[in-house]
Design a protein around this ligand. Structure first.
Ligand code: PEP
Ligand code: MN
Length: 340
């Protein structure tokens, strides 16, 4: 249920509603808008008492039931896109951000050269895998903590905040001071214990859609993070498994448009892991922006042929530079501004 306060309700009135929500056995999550505040009551509506009685309070405008299973991340309780702050950056504020960097951090030289190049082309956030979820246990598993230190050096030099994937709950504490954003990868998109633990770390979370997750399951995964007290979530569509073999995964463009309609969270698209081949990236990036994406994540390597992972899909720094120019008209047509 959502309790919509009357216009300009005072903070005492909001506090009174929150207390009543608690007394009825629900957890209140308050969203303060510029002119109107709403209190989302989270709990199992089938076993708790009815919140409709709160409509009798003079400062409550209405009590609205939500049919959707996700609430905190739903557009029903927050109109417009929620802004996620990463350092000085604002994600979801009408500017299109591009996260770029290598699939895996392989060395200081490699990471620095890619970081400098992608920054020069307009990327605002640096990606780099430290812990790699590889299909084969014999493939490169990432440099771990050493990679995070390398990312910190690249951040110090370029000023770009860094994002890296977390695979295990036991790594969260060590990683928290080393990353600006935690990435949850497609293989862990439905790992609820990891989602809850990463939420508690308090840093923004970049939540990739599980490769076999429905859109509802993806949004409910985000709800796990929000319900655990962390509203700073960015959704990322990265392709789903289908029968198609021409691409590594199938980029689900509908999911971008639907996530934008259903949820207030910023939505990014990772065309690199969707396509699995670098030649399609400019087209898929343009399609993502046209469908309403707030940003992109692109893999870039200084020498993709010799990369330790995802050789087929990483762009050269020159190709990335071209892609960044090629998407400009699509950004403008979507009513956004490039963040660079
Ligand atoms: C990645 O971004 O490094 C990655 C492993 O992607 P995904 O989880 O989408 O496969
Ligand atoms: Mn990769």
């Amino acid at each position: 249920m959502i309790i919509v306060m009357k216009l300009r309700a005072s903070s005492e009135e909001v506090a009174l509603v929150e207390a009543n929500v608690r007394a009825l056995g629900y957890e209140p999550h308050t969203i303060r808008g510029e002119i109107r505040t709403v209190v989302a009551a989270v709990g199992d509506e089938t076993t708790h008492q009815s919140l409709e009685a709160l409509e009798a309070m003079s400062f409550v405008d209405r009590v609205v039931p939500i049919q959707k299973r996700y609430k905190l991340v739903s557009r029903e309780i927050q109109d417009g896109t929620a802004i996620v702050r990463i350092g000085d950056l604002e994600i979801g504020n009408g500017t299109l951000h591009v996260i770029a960097g290598p699939c895996s951090v392989e060395s200081l030289d490699q990471t620095l050269s890619v970081a400098r190049a992608v920054k020069q082309s307009g990327a605002t956030i640096l990606r780099g895998g430290a812990f790699k979820p590889r299909t084969s246990p014999y493939d490169f598993q990432g440099l771990g903590e050493e990679a995070l230190e390398i990312l910190q050096q690249a951040k110090a030099e370029t000023g770009m905040p860094v994002i890296s994937e977390v695979l295990r709950v036991s790594d969260i504490e060590m990683m928290t001071p080393m990353v600006d954003v935690f990435q949850i990868g497609a293989r862990n998109g439905l790992n609820y214990a990891l989602l809850e633990a990463v939420a508690a770390a308090g840093k923004p979370v970049f939540l990739k859609r599980g490769m076999m997750a429905t859109i509802e399951e993806w949004l409910l995964a985000a709800e796990y993070i929000a319900k655990n007290g962390n509203p700073n979530i960015i959704l990322c569509e990265r392709g789903i498994r289908t029968f198609e073999t021409a691409t590594r995964n199938t980029l689900d463009i509908s999911a971008v448009a639907i996530a934008k309609r259903e949820s207030s969270l910023p939505v990014f698209v990772d065309p690199s892991h969707a396509a699995g081949r670098r030649d399609l990236l400019p087209d898929l990036a343009a399609a993502a922006i046209s469908a309403g994406a707030d940003g992109l994540m692109i893999e870039v390597h200084n020498d993709p042929e010799s990369a330790y992972s995802d050789q087929q899909q990483q762009l050269t720094t020159e190709m990335f530079e071209e892609l960044m120019v090629s998407i400009l008209p699509f950004i403008q047509a979507s009513g956004l501004k490039p963040a660079w």
